[in-house]
Ligand binder design. Structure first.
Ligand SMILES: NC(=O)c1ccc[n+]([C@@H]2O[C@H](COP(=O)([O-])OP(=O)(O)OC[C@H]3O[C@@H](n4cnc5c(N)ncnc54)[C@H](O)[C@@H]3O)[C@@H](O)[C@H]2O)c1
Length: 184
């Protein structure tokens, strides 16, 4: 749904956010702006094709507006936090689309300003596993990988043994590494 030349911001660049950036890069979105608290994740996001990186903070919205000249065409949330989900419309240009990818806790209620959504023509959509149709999309994704256009291997920061799983969880909670894979 994102077209070449459209702008996109991805809030949260863990394994899921990095995969979104991979897809945005593939379709030629520009600029692609990565937002995260972790400098390490932002450095990885650059390798996946982010054209700009923004350290999350109180000036995030203003920075996105400056980079995009008024707001992004698409804003993805890939954390699952109420506050960052609710921040998406503020990152968008008139007519832009907020894509909810992160999964908030089941009992969480997300609030949006209805007037601002209506006046701005903002769309809010959810996406589960990229809204993939496996029979159609998996062969395509495999072909893109084999053609070197989907750097999935880069998502693996570490290959660990089962004994190292607690340390890997701690690193994940600190916002370090993209993905650790247990090799049995
Ligand atoms: N919709 C789907 O298809 C789907 C599929 C799998 C996972 N998920 C969900 O996607 C979300 C992300 O999963 P993940 O595996 O990438 O998680 P992760 O922990 O690897 O990444 C989360 C990232 O968010 C960053 N972050 C945390 N707080 C932040 C803040 N306030 N501002 C900016 N960045 C912040 C962290 O530094 C980290 O890089 C989770 O909610 C997960 O349940 C959704």
């Amino acid at each position: 749904m994102v077209a070449a030349g459209q702008s996109a911001v991805v809030v949260g660049t863990g394994g899921v956010g990095l995969s979104i950036i991979m897809g945005l890069n593939l379709v030629g979105a520009t600029p692609i702006i990565a937002v995260d608290l972790s400098e390490e994740k932002l450095a990885i996001a650059k390798r996946f094709g982010a054209t700009h990186t923004v350290t999350a903070g109180p000036t995030t919205e203003q920075t996105i507006r400056e980079i995009t000249g008024g707001g992004a065409d698409y804003a993805f949330e890939a954390i699952g936090r109420k506050e960052t989900i609710e921040s998406l419309p503020g990152l968008l240009v008139r007519g832009g689309t907020a894509v909810l990818v992160g999964l908030p806790p089941a009992d969480e209620t997300i609030n949006f300003d209805g007037l601002a959504l209506a006046e701005g023509g903002i769309r809010i959509v959810g996406s589960n596993y990229g809204s993939t149709v496996p029979g159609r999309d998996f062969p395509r994704l495999a072909e893109l990988y084999l053609a070197g256009k989907l750097p999935v291997d880069e998502l693996i920061s570490d290959r660990i043994s089962l004994d190292d799983v607690n340390e890997a969880f701690d690193a994940m909670r600190r916002g370090e590494r993209a993905r650790s894979v247990i090799v049995f």
